[in-house]
Design a protein around this ligand. Structure first.
Ligand SMILES: [Zn+2]
Length: 120
């Protein structure tokens, strides 16, 4: 069972639970540090995805251990100058392959190319 992290929206207290994937967001833990207030009880904790990702190691949430060369989204070498002009935020090597250094860059690259394809 995967490990899930939760955080109290009120005091920041954290909790960790092992659950089946299907139950990751169901009946989230209640904060044990916050005082119970009236019939609403203590605050229900939110999923803390940032902590879950960082517990997998720095390479997962930040930089990839090794820069990724993605040929599936690349272009023909003759098209490299035009691609660089149209998409200055996407890094290409001289062979036309897309270079991706971390998870955020992968997402922004996919987003920009999807937008370009649907507009053309
Ligand atoms: Zn709390």
């Amino acid at each position: 069972m995967p490990r899930y992290c939760y955080k109290c929206p009120s005091c920041g207290e954290q909790a960790t639970e092992f659950r089946p994937v299907a139950r990751r967001n169901r009946r989230r833990p209640v904060c044990l540090k916050c005082p119970t207030t009236g019939r609403d009880g203590a605050p229900v904790m939110d999923r803390d995805i940032k902590t879950e990702l960082s517990s997998l190691g720095p390479d997962f949430s930040m930089k990839y251990a090794k820069e990724c060369v993605d040929d599936t989204m690349g272009v023909h070498p003759d098209q490299v100058p035009e691609h660089r002009r149209r998409h200055p935020n996407i890094r290409l090597n001289n062979e036309g392959s897309i270079l991706i250094g971390d998870h955020a860059e992968r997402l922004s690259t996919i987003k920009e190319l999807q937008k370009a394809f649907t507009e053309e």
